[in-house]
Write a protein that binds this ligand. Sequence first.
Ligand code: SF4
Length: 180
Amino acid sequence: MTLRDGDGGFATTRLEPMLGWARKYSLFCYPFVTACCGMEFMALSGPRFDHARFGAEIPRFSPRQADLLWVVGTISQRQAPALRRIYEQMPEPKWVLAFGTCASSGGFYDNYATLAGIDKIIPCDVYVPGCPPRPEAVLDGLLLLQDKIARGDPRPGVVKPRTDPLKDLVQLRKKSEAST
Ligand code: SF4
């Protein structure tokens, strides 16, 4: 594809990367919120963290108008068919973000009533672990998703912790030993 700039010159690009670049800043969200992670989703949507800054704007009230499904919280076996139906109603191209450990893997609900991760019934693009995940971790997940959309990368991604809890623990111990 060839684009003409204001000076009469030319810029060339391929269609798919250009569409990816445009799509990553134009995400229409459908939040499927079932449990306590919803509190962090509210924090994420508020003025402090404000995920609208990243082009993931106000929620849509119909999956038919959305291309990013946020699965926020525990999914029971009974809710699973509804989630699957919502995913199927979304138009292509579409993406899915698992918000929290429960949505990613079932979390500590290792029982017959809970789905052991949404990828058992729908494809998932980004997993954000945490119980609940901090809003910063979810923003990392959103940026990871945008990067995948821009590159057209279909492989799922997992948000890594910003700090190593083991290293933090060692430093905490050292500080406490030094102060005694
Ligand atoms: S990951 Fe933790 S905070 Fe989120 S829904 Fe599960 S139990 Fe609740």
